[in-house]
Design a protein around this ligand. Structure first.
Ligand SMILES: Cc1cc2nc3c(=O)[nH]c(=O)nc-3n(C[C@H](O)[C@H](O)[C@H](O)COP(=O)(O)OP(=O)(O)OC[C@H]3O[C@@H](n4cnc5c(N)ncnc54)[C@H](O)[C@@H]3O)c2cc1C
Length: 386
């Protein structure tokens, strides 16, 4: 690999930053280009399942993440209409022994700043307020065009990784498959306190609600998923009366939480059913840019973190054949990403069942028992990337 030429990573989201750290740990130089002028609060909470935690632990970030977030005791499925429990998955010690790493909950902005600090501590730079607008392959790498408030400039690198999220321009330049609006909107809000140390998922016809603490102060993260029409932007303000109307006949605890939360924002949810073109030559994609996934299995950031670990490992194995290592990475990650995309889609359908189908679901889950319920997550949480 050309020592003086970094790998250019477009996007300082969870995926791009994790990649820069994973590459640095293997002695591979990169630079991160980020369109946003600062890394600020986007989203709110993230659940980090053991498959993601294991990688972050290996990068040495576990203690800092534990300080900033919280490890829940359990995940509980509740019937949103009658308020009755359906199933419980104990976490904590059981998680570490079975899947080798903890389940964690954290504010996305806190995780992003922990990752950004680790990138800078590794001697790398993050160019904020800089948008990657074009790129071309050169005989031995890539040339990219960057636009910022100060200037337009070109930069050459040994390779380009598009970690630029669900509306990736690198994906669209590569001719990646179309994004499809899923017909669903996520409504997000936080409450300053009141959280139990658990993830609760309230299921009901046509909608569901997920709540979990973000830290030890008890700040509560809320994600309500409903039907909706496509919207242009992310994090647009949502009308609370519209949301409350959709949950009008749900159990009292659900309505109490929804009424108490201020400042709802709405997020259109996208899906992609066909495998996109992941890359060509010295260019590849990572995270949501490669495989947008519905949030119903809480695996989008986890997939991006897994991608980063696998990509760094493949590059370290064959540093003189970047294109070859990119194709090996894409081949390894495509089936995993597609399986998670499909499982997330299916989970959403199961969450939102109504009538007799919902009763059958609840009975099946109650009869299953905790141990068999836990085993259903082995392929997701037990996955060992690289
Ligand atoms: C409601 C909801 C709940 C979720 N909950 C979870 C959860 O609990 N657990 C989980 O694992 N996942 C969850 N996810 C998914 C997770 O948030 C995403 O999958 C994850 O953040 C994707 O990371 P990324 O790095 O691929 O992309 P992003 O985080 O989107 O980062 C992309 C970055 O690229 C930058 N960028 C874009 N274009 C350019 C450009 N041209 N030049 C330079 N920079 C550019 C953007 O500004 C951005 O900073 C959830 C998603 C939603 C919507």
């Amino acid at each position: 690999m050309h020592a003086a030429r970094p790998i250019i990573i477009a996007g300082a989201g969870i995926g791009g930053l994790t990649l820069a750290i994973a590459l640095a740990r293997r002695g591979i130089l990169s630079i991160v280009i980020e369109r946003a002028p600062k890394l600020e609060e986007i989203g709110a909470g993230l659940q980090l399942s053991p498959n993601a935690s294991r990688i972050l632990d290996r990068l040495g970030l576990g203690p800092e993440i534990d300080d900033a977030g919280i490890q829940p005791d359990s995940i509980r499925l509740m019937d949103g209409r009658n308020g009755q429990p359906i199933a419980r998955l104990g976490l904590g010690f059981a998680t570490e022994t079975r899947w080798g790493a903890p389940y964690r909950l954290i504010h996305r902005a806190k995780l992003q700043s922990i990752l950004a600090r680790a990138v800078v501590d590794a001697g790398l730079s993050i160019r904020l307020g800089t948008e990657l607008t074009h790129f071309v392959e050169t005989p031995d790498g890539v040339a990219v065009h960057l636009k910022s408030r100060i200037a337009n400039e070109s930069m050459v690198g040994s390779a380009l990784v598009g970690a630029d999220g669900v509306r990736s321009i690198i994906r669209s330049h590569l001719g990646g498959g179309p994004l499809a609006f899923s017909g669903q909107i996520a409504w997000r809000a936080t409450l300053p306190h009141g959280a139990r140390r658990e993830t609760a998922v309230w299921l009901g016809p046509g909608a569901h609600l997920v709540s979990y603490p973000l830290d030890r102060s008890g700040q509560l993260n809320l994600v309500a998923v409903t039907k909706g029409t496509p919207r242009e932007g992310w994090a647009e303000p949502g009308d609370p009366s519209e949301l409350l109307g959709m949950f009008a006949d749900w159990a009292e605890p659900v309505q109490t939480i929804l009424r108490a939360a201020p400042g709802w924002t709405t997020w259109p949810l996208y899906d992609s059913s066909s495998p996109p073109e992941w890359g060509e030559g010295h260019i590849t994609l990572l995270g949501d840019a490669a495989h947008p996934v519905l949030p119903h299995l809480a695996q989008g950031a986890a997939l991006a973190i897994e991608d980063a670990a696998v990509l760094a490992a493949r590059l370290a194995e064959t540093p003189d054949d970047i294109a070859g290592s990119f194709r090996a990475y894409e081949a390894e990650r495509t089936p995993r990403a597609m399986a998670i995309q499909a499982a997330a889609r299916r989970n959403g359908e199961i969450f939102r069942l109504g009538g007799i189908a919902a009763k059958a679901r609840n009975t099946a889950l109650r009869l299953m028992g905790e141990e068999r319920f836990r085993a259903r997550f082995d392929w997701v949480y037990g996955y060992r990337a690289a």
